[in-house]
Design a binder for this molecule. Sequence first.
Ligand SMILES: C[S@@+](CC[C@H](N)C(=O)[O-])C[C@H]1O[C@@H](n2cnc3c(N)ncnc32)[C@H](O)[C@@H]1O
Length: 225
Amino acid sequence: MSTPTSGHTAAFRAGAFPVEEDGRIVGHMVEKNAKPVIDGLSPFLRGVKGAALEIGSGTGQHIVRFARAFPDLDWTPSEPDAFHRYSIDAWRKHEGNTTNPAIEIDAAADWAAQTAVRAIAPLSLILNLNVIHISPFSVACGIVNGAGAALREGGLLAFYGPFRENGLHTGVGNATFDARLRADNPDWGLRDVAEITALGDAVGLTRIALLNMPANNRILILQKT
Ligand SMILES: C[S@@+](CC[C@H](N)C(=O)[O-])C[C@H]1O[C@@H](n2cnc3c(N)ncnc32)[C@H](O)[C@@H]1O
């Protein structure tokens, strides 16, 4: 089993989240996020078919909800952490195998070149929730660069989580959270919408939406043009 990759992961391991007999980790905040994210993405995914890849699927609770909400997409979860992949596959079985099995992806690496990714590319959607602020900036860079290579023309890259905008925090809660993350690990922290947009511009991904979500979160969507 691999080393914990985030505070979130360490919390799972420390037993802060219940784990069912079959290995499903149950994060209650994960359940809370799922519906607003589905509602936010719905207008962009109407009529969209093809392969959808999630980066950093965590417990696996989100992707089984997404697969139910958007059945025209063929969903593949991914995680660098073996403990998480076990939970993802347990959720998958629990829900009747509505997604493909979890694959191992370290988003800081050249993941788009992996055989398992090439087998499902070109992708219609790449999604990541709460990943790029709880990992080094190289992970954000890797997600965007990989998306530039793996998305089909018109395909979407969507980020969900807290962001800075124009160099500023969007609320006191986010500023406190950012300080806590950076104290845990100086390479972590909230990313600015503009820096992610600039990464996208460099690889042919254009920002098409920035959606306000509950608790000062955002969905940022880039499209391959
Ligand atoms: C805060 S958790 C979010 C999990 C899930 N997406 C959610 O919203 O509940 C951060 C996730 O990012 C993953 N992660 C950390 N570093 C990563 C990397 N280099 N590549 C891909 N995923 C990574 C962690 O393993 C963890 O599952």
